[in-house]
Design a protein around this ligand. Structure first.
Ligand code: 0X9
Ligand code: ZN
Length: 398
């Protein structure tokens, strides 16, 4: 268990509030998307969308020239001081700083050095390492077998979606437990390597603890002086197309100056390419919050993917496994038509490049707490997510 006694520096966000903004046309929705205001809803929807508006941002809200209404204050980030721990980090009841999360993976690696290895796959804008942890069983490899395939799991691409980091640790823990308990599982883990990226966006994630709980993007300093590229708009497939992202650097869905312009997305791209052809990528999962969805490509276009029926079957079996395990019900569907068009996303690139059935999972909840999911929901969310993950794994590696 990773010990951490962090004196968390927390900045106030008092004065922030949720505003419901009324948007009636796609043009008005685009105007809102291009603003530097932060989404509180998970996406921009007609006829209204909730935004998180800071005390200095009211002039920008007025400048939009859209009707709005103040819904509620956003509690000061001070309350996350409660999460400062004086005991060992428990990832099933607490959210952790970046050091806690990586420390937890280091703990797995120390306890199971044969089953857990790590690789630094890149470095963030602010020089933090980006890690990938591999979990597999190298023990019974024989010469007649093909080399193990790869499944790539991405966590915390969006900084404020804290529960995504929790499920990454939980999946690793469950993989290792099942390898101890079940010979069948141990054998399966000989045919597949599960590569978990605990934090795709380390700079943004730390920023949510120190400055702004609702930060989403990375911490690129853009021309014009604003910060951040949405890493889930920066992948090459469909980059910048169909209104699924913004070219305004202050937007929360800013796509960057070009496909893979960011070191964080380059890290995943180069790492994924390096797995081929020896350990072909047969699956990829991208964990987000919130909304309780399992979504498949395409995200950048409403056209159906040729593998649509297969993708639907995989997602449907996952949903069944989650409900049978006592979990919440998740909505399944093609990303662009079920949620909204988003271009330059991870799953579109993985399916286009490797033909891997990439899925975006939007974890709990459906909006009551949103990104600020209470710690009491960490464990139930992790349990249902594991049941879904295990279904995905056994479908791909029977
Ligand atoms: O917009 C995103 O990047 C994802 N949602 S989130 O609220 N976590 O930011 C969804 C991406 C899934 N793809 C599409 N909706 N096309
Ligand atoms: Zn997200």
């Amino acid at each position: 268990v990773a010990l951490a006694l962090a004196g968390v520096a927390v900045a106030q966000t008092s004065g922030w509030a949720r505003y419901r903004v009324y948007v009636n046309t796609p043009e008005e929705a685009q105007r809102l998307a291009d603003s530097s205001l932060t989404l509180y809803s998970e996406n921009i929807t007609i006829p209204s969308t909730e935004m998180a508006v800071g005390p200095d941002q009211l002039p920008e809200l007025w400048a939009l020239n859209l009707p709005y209404q103040r819904v509620a204050g956003i509690e000061p980030i001070d309350r996350y001081k409660d999460y400062v721990r004086t005991q060992a980090f428990d990832f099933t009841t607490q959210y952790g700083r970046l050091a806690d999360i990586i420390g937890q993976f280091e703990d797995f690696r120390t306890r199971f050095p044969r089953y857990v290895t790590r690789q630094q796959i890149g470095t963030s804008i602010e020089n933090r390492p980006i890690w990938a942890y591999r979990i597999w069983n190298p023990d019974s490899f024989t010469i007649n077998e093909p080399p193990p395939r790869s499944i790539v799991v991405l966590n915390l691409i969006h900084a404020r979606e804290w529960i995504s980091g929790s499920v990454g640790m939980y999946i690793a823990d469950q993989l290792l437990r099942n390898m101890q308990l079940s010979p069948v599982f141990l054998r399966r883990m000989n045919r597949v390597q599960v590569w978990i990226v605990p934090c795709h966006n380390p700079d943004g994630y730390e920023f949510t603890w120190t400055n702004n709980r609702l930060w989403r993007k990375n911490r690129r300093r853009n021309s014009g002086g604003t910060f951040g590229v949405d890493l889930n708009r920066n992948y090459a497939t469909g980059w910048g197309q169909n209104g699924g992202s913004s070219n305004n650097p202050s937007s929360d869905v800013y796509h960057g100056t070009g496909p893979f312009s960011e070191p964080e997305t380059q890290a995943i791209r180069d790492f994924a390419n390096s797995l081929h052809p020896n350990n072909p990528i047969i699956g990829q999962l991208d964990y987000h919050s919130f909304g309780q969805y399992i979504l498949w490509p395409w995200g950048y276009t409403t056209s159906r993917h040729p593998s649509d029926p297969t993708l639907r079957l995989i997602a449907s079996n996952m949903r069944t496994a989650m409900v049978n395990g006592g979990g919440r019900s998740y909505t399944i569907g093609q990303a662009s038509t079920t949620l909204y068009i988003a271009s330059g996303i991870t799953t579109d690139w993985f399916i286009q490049t490797f033909n891997a059935p990439g899925l975006t999972v939007e974890l709990r909840d459906t909006g009551a707490f949103g990104f600020e999911l209470p710690p009491s929901e960490i464990l139930p969310t992790c349990r249902e997510t594991w049941n879904g993950f295990n279904s995905y794994l056994t479908q791909l590696v029977p």
